[in-house]
Design a binder for this molecule. Structure first.
Ligand code: SAH
Ligand code: SF4
Length: 385
């Protein structure tokens, strides 16, 4: 069975063309699937009956299987989604919805685990199993939209409430290490017949895979966040090992090239604040020198601890001091508010369930609930407070 969630608009049109179906049929089905969250061809009432029957024979619309659904005291919601069809025994990834007054952000995963092994990251410590497919990446948005009641009903207006207004690829995995599938999913996020988000509202976060940053710029230049975390190669080599391959000078040049086509006129640098490691006043000043030629904003992320991480979170005073030095040089710097900490949904805490193939796992996997997965729409969330 072909899973139609695996296609972007172009791919779906090609698949329809192979079957002698017109492009507008593909668009109709795309809208049903993504805008209205439909997974049953029978209910696609404006699609010819004969085509519906043919589709049901050859294809399916199969989203990820919800294994666990948690809501934090602050309203942050996290889903553990099984991606191997076998609940409880296969791989699972995490997706987080962060409601705010003026926007709703969905943080999605791109890989099962991550092979890049940054020293402060819980996902990295879990090792790596595989890339997510396009269906599994876009399936997170598809699922969240349905679960939040945000899939627009065909009878309703197109101006239906945008519950999910922003998407960030900041969950498990390195998006640019799974380039083709991530790009297909990004195209769906931007497509007017699917999710219709603007390029400014979709952000890819990367640890700095330079050649892939250039390819992204030339394919779907969405907003870019770069995980910087250190002002010198000596320190960054330790914290973000991919730096040994693409050192800071090359990374800064890649950021400048990206900005030629980016939807915003700055790059966001993410900087996890590790007590006594990268959070001194001298580090802040070194960052100013490093990023002098790159229009940027800084997002300071207080380190989120996990078992055996070996790091401590910088004190609020140290974070403030650091922020002040950047701000004094006119670099807009925000401190990321930690959300959903009580359900382990904060940055760097996403662990999912990774069947490590790199034999690198150093911390025990969190137990995964193996209870029966209920249908995505009707399930009562397990509430942690
Ligand atoms: N692989 C991509 C995207 C996922 S990580 C990347 O590295 O950019 C999303 C952000 O969370 C990154 O900036 C990452 O460095 C940060 N992060 C990882 N572990 C963290 C932790 N324990 N506490 C706070 N932030 C963390
Ligand atoms: Fe991978 Fe990003 Fe974690 Fe580094 S910080 S290990 S690149 S997910």
């Amino acid at each position: 069975m072909v899973n139609l969630l695996d296609f972007d608009a172009e791919g779906l049109a090609a698949w329809f063309a192979q079957r002698g179906e017109k492009p507008f049929r593909a668009r109709q089905v795309l809208r049903w699937m993504h805008r209205f969250g439909e997974d049953d061809f029978e209910r696609m009432t404006d699609v010819a009956k004969s085509l519906r029957a043919k589709l049901a024979e050859e294809a399916e619309i199969r989203g990820p299987v919800p294994v666990r659904d948690s809501i934090a005291a602050d309203g942050t919601r996290k889903w553990l989604l099984g991606v191997d069809n076998e609940v409880g025994s296969g791989n699972a990834v995490e997706t987080v919805f962060i409601p705010e007054a003026t926007r709703g952000t969905l943080c999605i995963s791109s890989q099962v685990g991550c092979a890049l092994d940054c020293s402060f990251c819980s996902t990295g410590k879990q090792g790596f199993n595989r890339n997510l497919t396009t269906a599994e990446i876009i399936g997170q948005l598809w699922h969240a939209n349905r679960a939040l009641g945000a899939a627009r009903t065909p009878g309703g207006t197109d101006e239906g409430e945008r519950v999910i207004s922003n998407v960030v690829l900041m969950g498990m995995g390195e998006p640019l290490a799974n380039f083709d599938n991530v790009v297909a999913a990004l195209k769906l996020m931007l497509d007017d017949n699917a999710y219709g988000l603007s390029r400014r509202r979709v952000t890819v976060s990367t640890s700095g895979i330079v050649p892939a940053m250039d390819r992204l710029r030339d394919t779907v230049p969405v907003a870019l966040a770069v995980s910087l975390h250190a002002p010198s190669d000596a320190l960054r080599d330790q914290l973000v090992p991919i730096n040994q391959k693409y050192p800071l000078r090359e990374l800064m040049a890649a950021c400048q090239r990206y900005l030629e086509k980016a939807p915003r006129d700055f790059v966001t640098f993410e900087y996890v604040m590790l007590d006594g490691v990268n959070d001194s006043a001298a580090d802040a000043r070194a960052l100013l020198a490093l990023t002098r030629d790159v229009p940027c904003k800084f997002n300071l992320i207080p380190f989120n601890p996990f078992p055996q991480s070996g790091y401590r979170r910088s004190s609020p005073e140290r974070v403030r001091r650091f922020q002040e030095i950047l701000m004094a040089a006119n670099i807009v710097s925000t401190v990321r508010k930690t959300r959903g900490e009580d359900i382990d949904a904060a940055c760097g805490q996403l662990a999912g369930q990774v069947r490590d193939k790199s034999r690198r796992t150093t911390i025990p996997l969190r137990p995964v609930v193996t209870a029966t997965p209920a249908a995505g729409r009707s399930r009562t969330p397990e509430v942690h407070r």
